[in-house]
Design a protein around this ligand. Structure first.
Ligand SMILES: *Cc1c(COP(=O)(O)O)cnc(C)c1O
Length: 363
């Protein structure tokens, strides 16, 4: 993968997605809670990694329950996964019950109006999940509202087979919100004894056992994101992003580079221009703060990132030459590190991955 010329010379950059690593990450997360089923969250085109390749790889690994955000994503997932249980997290938008049914999709219902509409359309014949909001104030019934529905025939008429909630601060194990949510969710779960329960996202899976329940919902960690920030990342890296060096130039001390001259050479430097920019999904906010690796040497991004080009200071990288490969994501540059350099989180780096470069999948 460190070859100097890409198989497809018409693209400036190459994204490689390791499907075996995704499967291994899914198995590792499942091993954290052997009594629970491990699902997979594949919203946003499988976190930018490509649903069409990722979903079958997870199915082959043994995953049977999938979560997406939108009906349209559910329809796309259904085409790839004819037999999977597919939940749609954003729930039932008015008027769409028929489309959900036609594609065998399960809405995650989070308000009374949604429950009534789904029950009227399906009368208990099609499964769905009940979303209870234990602290996010974003989607879901309030805890008291949910508790009041225990024993109500509406739950059966809406085909509810799963009760779920979402953690506010799972990646911060010391945040007291976690214990409060776990306690509130346990009360809800006890009020609906026959239903399966799901609380844990990636970080929640690593959190205390009481967050795990019956069904895990990891997303980010499947794709190599660190579920335990600040600790060594236990997940295998999934994504590698590489671009070709187009040109090299020497600059004198005091010369600037890029739009608006936002970087000035402190001394004579050697610069390399890469064939990748923000239009490829690499964040412009990493200007003057991110790095790329050339021959394993970290080279700072200098000046403003352009639409199609990035300038690196390769003074210390002896392997830098025209046609050589620079790694923007991969090796020591994991997605969490890249996110941090861009003032964001690795989630946004993944979901922003573009479609302009050549993509390849390895098993
Ligand atoms: C996105 C999402 C997840 C997955 O979260 P990760 O942090 O990516 O593991 C789980 N549950 C809900 C409700 C979500 O929206």
């Amino acid at each position: 993968m460190s070859g100097d010329s890409f198989a497809d010379p018409g693209h400036g950059a190459r994204l490689t997605v390791d499907l075996a690593a995704i499967a291994a990450n899914w198995r590792a997360l499942g091993a954290c809670a052997p009594q629970a089923e491990c699902g997979a969250v594949v919203k946003a085109d499988a976190y930018g990694c490509g649903l069409a390749a990722v979903a079958p790889a997870l199915w082959r690994a043994g995953c049977r329950t999938f979560f997406v955000a939108h009906l349209s994503e559910g329809i796309a997932a259904r085409k790839i996964l004819p037999e999977a249980a597919i939940y749609v997290l954003n729930g039932l938008v008015p008027g769409h019950a028929e489309a959900f049914r036609a594609h065998g999709l399960r809405p995650v219902l989070g308000d009374r109006g949604e429950l009534l509409e789904w029950a009227a359309a399906t009368d208990g014949a099609a499964p769905a999940a009940l979303h209870v909001d234990t602290g996010m104030n974003r989607l879901g019934l309030r805890v008291e509202e949910a508790l009041a529905l225990a024993g109500d025939p509406l739950i059966a008429r809406a085909g509810i087979d799963l009760v779920m909630s979402h953690l506010v601060s799972a990646e911060r194990p010391d945040d007291p919100l976690n214990a409060g949510q776990a306690e509130a969710f346990a009360r809800v779960r006890d009020a609906f004894p026959p239903l399966r329960a799901s609380l844990a996202n990636s970080s929640g899976t690593c959190l205390a056992a009481r967050a795990r329940h019956d069904l895990l919902r990891p997303g980010y960690a499947l794709f190599g994101g660190n579920p335990e920030p600040g600790q060594r990342n236990p997940m295998r890296p999934v994504v590698r992003l590489e671009a070709t060096i187009l040109q090299l130039r020497a600059v004198e001390a005091g010369e600037s580079c890029g739009y608006n001259g936002r970087w000035q050479a402190p001394a004579p430097r050697r610069l390399a221009t890469l064939s990748l920019g923000y239009a490829d999904g690499y964040p412009r906010s990493a200007s003057n703060s991110g790095h790329a690796l050339v021959g394993g040497v970290p080279c700072p991004i200098v000046g403003l990132i352009s639409m199609d080009l990035i300038i690196l200071d390769v003074t210390d990288a002896s392997e830098a030459r025209r046609g050589a490969t620079a790694t923007l994501i991969g090796d020591s540059l994991d997605i969490d590190t890249v996110g941090q350099a861009a003032g964001t989180i690795g989630y946004e780096i993944l979901t922003g991955l573009g479609s302009r470069y050549v993509r390849s999948y390895v098993e």
